[in-house]
Design a protein around this ligand. Structure first.
Ligand SMILES: Cc1ncc(COP(=O)(O)O)c(C=O)c1O
Length: 404
């Protein structure tokens, strides 16, 4: 890697994280144990929810959420097409039918008006609940995604969920620390799932957390995350001097538990999360200022009465006002040693979804337009101010050199 390469989203790992991992390795207990329990408590308190269950990914948390809500083949679940594989996959893994909704143009979050259209036009109300006309399945849940760390319009979504008796499972993979009208994400939907993947605002390498105020769901998710074995999450106590070998398998569960090695990272990452978000916001401010007069690119719209945690900084390039296409701009930035990403390729354009669910190009025009124009710039707290200025300068140079 060249010395001056700016990676897209590197983690920022400090001495405290390294020492805590070494302490775990030397402790004689590596997997789910006291550090995982402590990390769960700290995330629960940070978010302000009642219960938290640490797992090995956000995907696992989302899957558990749908399972504890009883979602299965007789159901349909609504999610945005503009998201990562996880959101759609977990719906399909329960046997339910995914129903996609297009994005709104400003934030790329799911468009609440289009969600309303689906609920009112594409569904019919029956005595058994809301039925999706095309699939004949009962609509049971909505999975909004807080794209890039910017909150969806949760008042509207929760209002619709109330009206139609739906569960809201928030895919908050990007949104630990995000606030909506003064409330932290994790305290609004019925279940919320966070990601601690290597690129996320807080990382445990791989990892995730399910939070909820519902004790029954939390407890069931906890048991399901460890084969469905009762009290298995406290297995470390079983191996303690007075532990017992007895256990019972209550449900057909999964192997989704978080290890103490991961939680060791999380404990110290969480202590620094607000500083990380502040650093991200400073980089974002540099970009917003630098690009304010460039009408060839569009910066993210920042919603009011919210705290954006700036997991992503997307720009949309106007392919008509430039002689170079988005893909070429990414190559130009690469040549200048700047790493970027394209998040996301809408789910309905992928082969699996087209073959299994009959989706096709043209189904969701806003998501497709965003996908054709988006570039996600580096905004990690590991990036320096000088680095952010270098990225901003590079974008300026591309625009000035290639504008029509
Ligand atoms: C929107 C969204 N949901 C879910 C996930 C899955 O997270 P994990 O890798 O922790 O399973 C990601 C990962 O990038 C994501 O971007």
């Amino acid at each position: 890697m060249p010395d001056d390469f700016i990676p897209f989203s590197p983690p920022l790992i400090g001495r405290a994280e390294i020492d805590e991992v070494v302490d775990t390795l030397e402790s004689g207990w590596l997997t789910t144990g006291p550090k995982t329990e402590r990390f769960e408590g700290l995330v629960r308190d940070y978010v302000g929810a009642k219960y938290a269950v640490a797992v090995n990914s956000c995907t696992a948390a989302l899957h558990l959420a749908l399972v504890v809500l009883g979602i299965g083949p007789e159901h349909a679940v609504i999610c945005p097409t503009y998201t990562f594989a996880s959101t759609g996959h977990v719906i399909c893994h329960t046997g339910a039918t995914p129903v996609f909704v297009d994005s709104e143009d400003k934030t790329f979050n799911l468009d609440v008006e289009k969600l309303k259209n689906i609920l009112q036009r594409d569904c019919r109300e029956t005595r058994a609940g809301l039925v999706h006309k095309k699939s004949g399945k009962k609509v049971k849940a909505v999975l909004p995604v807080h794209y890039g760390g910017q909150p969806c319009d949760l008042d509207e979504i929760m209002g619709l969920a109330d009206k139609y008796n739906l569960h809201v499972v928030e895919d908050a993979a990007h949104a630990l620390g995000t606030e909506y009208k003064g409330r932290r994400i994790g305290t609004i939907g019925h279940i919320t799932c966070f990601s601690f993947y290597a690129t996320k605002n807080l990382t445990t390498g791989e990892g995730g957390m399910l939070v909820t105020d519902n004790e029954e769901w939390a407890e069931k998710a906890r048991v399901l995350s460890m084969y469905g074995i009762s009290d298995a999450r406290r297995i470390w106590k079983r191996y303690a001097p007075k532990g017992s070998w007895v256990y019972d398998i209550k449900y057909l569960g999964f192997k989704y538990n978080m290890m103490d090695i991961q939680a060791a990272l999380g404990l110290h990452q969480l202590a620094r999360l607000d500083d990380f978000i502040e650093a991200r916001a400073k980089h974002a401010a540099i970009y917003l200022d630098a690009f304010a007069d460039l009408h060839q690119i569009r910066c993210p719209h920042v919603v009011e009465d919210a705290r954006h945690c700036w997991h992503l900084f997307p720009i949309l390039v106007d392919n008509d006002l430039l002689q170079v296409h988005r893909d070429e701009i990414i190559e130009i930035l690469k040549a200048k040693n700047i790493g970027t990403s394209v998040l996301f390729q809408p789910l309905h354009l992928h082969s699996y979804y087209q073959e299994a669910w009959g989706t096709k190009e043209g189904d969701f025009p806003v998501a497709e337009d965003v996908f054709s124009r988006i570039i996600n710039l580096p905004v990690s707290p590991a990036l320096t101010e000088e680095g952010a200025n270098r990225v901003a300068r590079a974008i300026w140079e591309v625009v000035v050199e290639h504008r029509r």
